[in-house]
Design a protein around this ligand. Sequence first.
Ligand SMILES: [Zn+2]
Length: 233
Amino acid sequence: MQEHIESLQKLQTVDLRIRELTEGLTRYPNEIDDLKKDLLEKEESINLKETSLSELRTQRDGLESSLSSNQESIKKSEERLFAIKTHKEYEALQKEITDTRKENLEIEDRTISVMAEIEETEAALAEEKENYSSLEEQYAQQIAEKEKKIEELEISRKPAEKEKSEILSKIDPKILPLYEKIFERNGRALALAENEKCTSCNINIPPQLYNEILKRTKLVQCPSCKKILYTNP
Ligand SMILES: [Zn+2]
C-alpha cells in the first residue's frame, strides 16, 4: 500500500504541475488579448476624436467663409447706397445691410464656440495620443514577457505529460478512479495526516482510522474532505 501512496503522491505532484501549466497557457493568451483589446479601444477613441476634429475644422472654415462673403456683400451694398435715387429703395437696402450685419454677429458667436470646441478636442486628443504611445510601449513589453512565459510553459508541458504517463503505467488501475475523482473535485487528492489530524481540512481523525493510516494496509480517506490520507514515514 505504501507503494501505491508513493505513486499517487508522484502523480499528484505531476498533476499539479500540469494544471499550473495549463492554467498559464490559458491565462497568458487571455491577458495578451486584453492588452491588445485595450490598445485597440484607445486607438478607436483617438480616431473618433480626429474625425470630429476635422468636422469641427470644416465647420469653422464654412463659418469663416460665410462671414467674409457677408462682409463683401455689405461693402457692395454700402457702395450702392450712394447711387440710389428713391427713399424706398434706400430703406430696403439699408435694411438688407442691417440684417446681414446681425447675421454676421450670430456667425461670429458660433465661430467662437466652434473654435473653443476645437481647442478642447485638440487638447484631449494630444493627451490621449501621449497616453497611447506610453501604453503601447508598456504593453509591448508586457506582451513580450507573457509570450516568453507561454513558450516556456509549452516547452515544459510535454515532459510533464510524458512523466505523467510513466507514473500512470505503474499505478494500480483500481485506485486511479478514486484519485481522479477526488483530485477533480477538491483540487488535490492526497492529504498529509499528522498528529491525528488531517492537515488539509484540520479535522481530528478518529484513533482507529489513524491507526489504519499508520499501518498502511489500505487507502484511507479523510472523513471530512475525502482526501486520501498518508503519513510521513
Ligand atoms: Zn481532511
